[in-house]
Design a binder for this molecule. Structure first.
Ligand code: AMP
Ligand code: MG
Length: 344
């Protein structure tokens, strides 16, 4: 039999517990988690009621995306597509992402091309067993990098890849995921959250103190940041040679490949960051503009102008599109290059 004292202690304990739950459910509390998925460290920071439940929802969603989009998981949709030249049924979600990827391949004139997988594998980036392929190997793979060999039937949600053609959604999937995670958090009632998937950042609303999010752009030449962008309800997505690379005989080879040459894209840029409403759009464009180089990227922005960009050149100069001027600050300690503005 419990004594009256122990019953009193129990009641007191339960009261304390429920008070602490309540206070951690008040709107200004932060809930956060860090997980490893999609080959990268993912950090989720959520403010507002039931943030812990929302974080769990996000984690489950992210793991499920990895299960469907991975090139190496044996049951993923992409894995199955890459090993067949028959029509394969895909989800509405996969059909939508592929449809956007195909459109963007045309729009970027092939700088972004999700049929890049045979080359990604040849350079050993798929399993992190890096090698420099000989030029004959590259020449033999180039004809497979062909978006016309990727067939999507949007009525039936079926996809067919021609023989030996293979997909890699690595340059778009994290952006897509960031957008969906942001949607999920909004629909769970959160008006403030920060999502970071590798180089893909999405800021939901403003910070709880009402100020804009301050997103630092990494210095591609070492630690620290080069500049900050101030945003709300936007994505900042960065592609850079420094993110994944290997060095052989003094030469650096990175994971972003120019589909037109088959070699890592060396167009004079160290990193490209895109500021846009959609992280998926930003993800495609950061990869594409990195491949294009400064001149072609500038022309692309002037033609489209539905995003902003920060382009850091090999020599360290920082080019920003003029729409960022009001929401941008250089870091005073960055002295490697100068700030230059691209106008329409
Ligand atoms: P990101 O970090 O978004 O620039 O994407 C780079 C990843 O996308 C690489 O690790 C490859 O898996 C894949 N990739 C590399 N080059 C390209 C390209 N030109 N177009 C589309 N995907 C690419
Ligand atoms: Mg990308």
């Amino acid at each position: 039999m419990p004594s009256p004292y122990s019953r009193l202690i129990l009641v007191f304990f339960v009261l304390c517990l429920s008070t602490s739950c309540q206070s951690s459910n008040s709107n200004n509390d932060e809930y956060n988690a860090e997980i490893y998925s999609m080959d990268t460290i993912i950090s989720l920071r959520v403010w507002g009621d039931n943030g812990n439940v929302s974080i769990q929802d996000c984690e489950n969603f992210i793991y499920s995306i990895e299960d469907r989009f991975s090139t190496t998981r044996e049951n993923s949709t992409i894995y199955r597509l890459n090993r067949s030249d028959d029509w394969i049924s895909v989800s509405q979600e996969m059909a939508d992402v592929l449809s956007f990827a195909i459109t963007m391949t045309h729009q970027t004139q092939g700088a972004f091309n999700p049929s890049i997988y045979p080359l990604v594998t040849a350079w050993g980036f798929t399993l992190d067993q890096h090698i420099v392929p000989d030029s004959d190997t590259i020449d033999s793979l180039l004809p497979l990098i062909d978006i016309e060999a990727v067939h999507l039937d949007s009525e039936k949600n079926q996809v067919r890849l021609e023989e030996n053609v293979q997909l890699d959604l690595g340059a778009i999937a994290k952006g897509y995921t960031a957008d969906r995670v942001a949607d999920l958090l909004r629909s769970n009632g959160h008006s403030s959250a920060l999502i970071s998937l590798g180089g893909n950042i999405y800021a939901v609303g403003k910070k709880v103190d009402g100020s804009l999010w301050n997103i630092g752009i990494k210095n591609p030449y070492g630690g620290g940041t080069v500049c900050s962008v101030y945003i709300e309800d936007k994505a900042v997505v960065t592609s850079g040679g420094y993110q994944r690379y290997f060095i052989e005989e003094g030469e650096t080879y990175w994971h972003i490949i120019d589909p037109r040459t088959g070699y890592p894209a060396k167009a004079g840029l160290a990193s490209v960051s895109i500021v846009s409403d959609s992280a998926m759009y930003g993800d495609v464009l950061s990869t594409a503009l990195f491949v294009m180089g400064l001149e072609e990227a500038t022309e692309y922005w002037r033609t489209h102008q539905d995003f902003e960009a920060i382009l850091i050149c090999d020599e360290g100069d920082v080019f920003i599109t003029s729409g960022l001027l009001e929401q941008f600050a250089m870091v005073s300690t960055y002295t490697t290059g100068e700030l230059k503005v691209i106008y329409p």
